[in-house]
Design a protein around this ligand. Sequence first.
Ligand SMILES: [Zn+2]
Length: 667
Amino acid sequence: MSIPEKIRREVASLKKAIERHNRLYHSLDNPEIPDVDYDALVERLESLEREYALPSDSSLSSSVGFAPLAKFSEVQHQIPMLSLDKVFEKDGLRNFTKRISKLLGTEDLVDFSCEPKVDGVAVSLLYEDGVLKRAATRGDGKSGEDITHNILEISCIPKTIELKNVKTRLEVRGEIFLSKYNFNQINTQARKEGQKLFVNPRNTAAGAIRQLDPKKTTNIPLEMFCYGIGVNEGIALPKVLGEIFFVLEELGFPINKDIRQSSGVEGCLDFCSELYSKRDLLDYEIDGAVIKVDSLLSQSLIGQNIKAPRWAIAYKFPAEEKITKVLDVEFQVGRTGTITPVARLEPVFVGGVTVSNTTLHNMDEIERLGLGIGDRVIVRRAGDVIPKVVKVVKSEERQSIKPIIAPKYCPICMSPIEKDGAVLLRCTGGSSCSAQRKEMLKHFVSRSALDIEGLGDKLIEQLVDEGLITDAADIFSLDEAVLLKVDRLGKKSSENILVAIKKSQETTLAKFLYALGIREVGEATALSLANRYPNLEHLMLATIEELESIDDIGPTVSSNISTFFARKANVDLIKRLREAGVRWSVLPTIKNTNLVGKTFVLTGTLESFSRGEAKDRLLELGAKVSATVSKNTDFVVSGPGAGSKLSKAIEYGIKVLDEEEFVTLLS
Ligand SMILES: [Zn+2]
């Protein structure tokens, strides 16, 4: 068809105008014409291109982008975007594969394409003659919204694809998502700027993809994984889904590397459990796996019902976010008096466990969330991370919501509460506060401290509540008569507890110091203190300056230590503990002075000692024991099974001792 000169000129001038307005809009942020007029130019150009079969100029639309839309236009899906049937248990998956075999009339193992179910937004991308013409959301499956202007901003989505055939239409379907990394980056930035935080990657992606202004989409680094195709006219594609993914990848589409082909139900189950276990390691969020029959011929034989294909199933993992209600907020008193708000929740199954309460950390967090008692909230529990209230779901009935007010007095002992630093609240009751006493006692008997087995949290609470003990020294005067008074404590368990108490009297100075619960003195600091002051009396008299000269001890910790030992109550407690038989070996003179201050790293297994025993011996001799090899390491003791620590020692030229040499050195 010959094209009239007049049309040629009009097309050229239209293109020029569109280019100019694109530039004004995007680079200069200074549009000259209203959006409707701009749209009219684009429409006129497109209609001329269609009428005269002109090649459309994709550079006009793709690289620069369109002006914001007043609203989304509706897109009918030629082939409906069906949802998937879901199963939540292995048996559900087994039933699915059984049904497939039956429908296909085969006893052979059926091949499946196993895919992570990315928690994002499903989209349809339509390419006409290799050019991305239209992108749409899934919507209700029959029709969605035209989001082409935003999809053009996503760099990993090809705007044109190279196809051998002409007159083609190819619809690629995929899931748009925001990676966990980028989500965290965006929120870190938002926090810095005092902006509102995004709730989760999925919501952020869904919000970005439905922006009317594509510039706002550009700020969110969205990604996509393709999961299948819809319309296909004029392109010969493989007959197996797994191979179609290869073709799509060749064409420049992003394909998830975690997709795997598996045979039979066992292969699928393996895939699902492996995927579940590495869920936290993936950089994208998933809510399960999708299992699809791999062969397209089999897919069409199996067919679909109105809502979902029969050849695919979603195997859902436990949700990591659920909505529940805050029934109440309580203020818990910690070992050092810190007051922590804890939300009591309507029990909810989330992330694989039932959650009925969760910490709110501090009053600032409550304010940030805008939380009140009675609010409906989104609770998130991912992996082993403690559950967290991430958002308040605003509802109509706000008048029934009770505000959360920071207490002025300790809920347990009624002592005044004071502010400690910017956000911390602290009960001033000290050891007169029974909540603090209970927590101190729990700490004292914990594994890393005096390690008294059988003296659990519940029992300690009961002993304190009934006035049977008040502080750590009282533990050592417990006898069977007292223990038997306590609810549900039989003769046998009483005996066991008394044995454990007796055993705990023999300890180390480091464990004893840790057990005292000096503020901010953890296990490592306690060990440094014990190494520096093998004699407790010397430590108790040490000045702040002396303490600060110890590695890893800063001004705050040294002041905490000094304050602790300056208090008569604490000195008395130590005295009573020692009188009650708590002891550790003091080596007044270290025989093998060669080892004082030397740093050892232990690796592999030793025959004549456990790792812990070897460590204790070294510490007694004044040596230091470190967990990692560095240039400051003096010796590496290496037994069978030694790994990277040994190779590092060799790399740094550090002296390596075998067990025999080590024993000689110790004696
Ligand atoms: Zn208190």
